[in-house]
Design a protein around this ligand. Structure first.
Ligand code: NCD
Ligand code: ZN
Length: 352
């Protein structure tokens, strides 16, 4: 049996949600990840340092593993102030500001329409070297959904980066060859997160034969050649600008399996096994650790985790569903078999 022993991974883009849902998402996240960067698209969104600190308390009240460390980003709204940015910079748990183009995705209603109207704020971020985390899709309804990321790079991101060349930027959950090429053309303070599902799947998994809502997320899964380009980027030797952000985004079964189903793939329990499967298929297991456990820490100027995670090549069946707060949550790959699994970490210190 093949065994893979790596530095414990971090998840630099996760949706933990709030309230009872935390009783599901936090234990699942800490099974695999030492650090997570929790997204601020709650209702209402996380717009203040104080709001983030109380959210952090709600998460830590549930976490069992003493090493588990949640980090956060501030939601970029029309009301974001320079004072909040300065406060955020001083808070050790806040790593950046999250830009959602208004209407681009789940809970993005508080997002901004036009970044050029907020250059004063972006300029403070550049001075503070506070990273801008970007959901990179245009929202114009006349633009085809499969073209929205490429269009955003061309019309918003390139001009923004040229105007603020020192601003650290993370283009989140990239899904296209255009995004890979853009990041490759940029210096080290520009990076991208990549999800396990954008590496493992393409739009046929979502749309061919039957429509499978579990695979519906934003940015939407693209054609196979985009998937292959993402795979090459993360599996390349010595690459440092691409790191794991699962974008695990649970929605209740009721909200997901409906005539107006929510976008988001719930991947926390399968992310590492799925990645091991994809990397192994491409004989690239030796590149996995940099992607899951090193590059992101370097980007955010944090130390590497000292704990380790062991994956074994042994099959297991992904649970049909999980539950929290009276709702069912269907994980991506429910009921299917994966050929790698994470071993429980022996002797991991825990809160009492
Ligand atoms: C995310 C969610 O559900 O919060 N959905 C998604 O499809 N990825 C939001 C996001 O990151 O776009
Ligand atoms: Zn997300």
């Amino acid at each position: 049996m093949q065994i893979l022993n790596i530095i414990r991974p971090d998840d630099w883009h996760i949706h933990l949600r709030d309230d009872e849902t935390l009783t599901l998402t936090v234990p699942l996240a800490e099974q695999t990840f030492t650090r997570v960067l929790a997204m601020p698209n709650l209702t209402p969104p996380l717009t203040t340092v104080q709001g983030i600190l109380s959210y952090r308390e709600r998460i830590l009240a549930i976490a069992k593993n003493t090493h588990f460390t949640p980090y956060f980003s501030v939601y970029f709204t029309n009301n974001l102030t320079a004072a909040t940015l300065h406060e955020a910079k001083l808070c050790p748990w806040i790593l950046g500001v999250k830009l959602y183009p208004q209407g681009a995705t789940t809970h993005s209603d508080w997002g901004i329409n036009d970044i050029t109207q907020h250059f004063d704020i972006v300029s403070v971020m550049e001075e503070l070297a506070l990273p801008l985390l970007v959901h990179g899709e245009v929202t114009d309804n006349t633009i085809d959904i499969f073209d929205r990321e490429a269009r955003f790079i061309e019309s918003v991101l390139i001009p923004l980066q040229q105007r603020f060349p020192k601003l650290p930027i993370v283009l989140e959950h990239i899904s296209t060859a255009e995004a890979v090429d853009w990041v490759h053309s940029m210096p080290a303070h520009i990076a991208a997160t990549v999800t396990a599902h954008h590496l493992a799947f393409n739009r046929n998994h979502l749309l061919a034969g039957n429509l499978r809502p579990d695979y519906y997320c934003l940015p939407i899964l693209k054609q196979q050649h985009h998937q292959q380009k993402l795979q090459q980027a993360v599996m390349a030797k010595n690459q440092s600008q691409f790191f794991l952000g699962t974008d695990s985004a649970p929605h209740s079964q009721q909200k997901k399996y409906s005539a107006c189903g929510c976008a988001g793939c719930f991947t926390s329990p399968i992310a590492l096994p799925l990645l091991a499967e994809v990397f192994s298929l491409h004989n690239a297991l030796s590149s996995l650790e940099a992607f899951t456990s090193i590059n992101g820490a370097h980007f955010y100027q944090l130390p590497l985790n000292t704990q380790r995670l062991c994956l074994t090549q042994s099959t297991w069946e992904v649970p049909q569903n999980y539950s929290a707060g009276g709702d069912a949550f269907i994980p991506l790959y429910a009921g299917q078999t994966l050929s790698w699994q994470c071993q429980p970490t022996a002797g991991q210190p825990t809160h009492e």
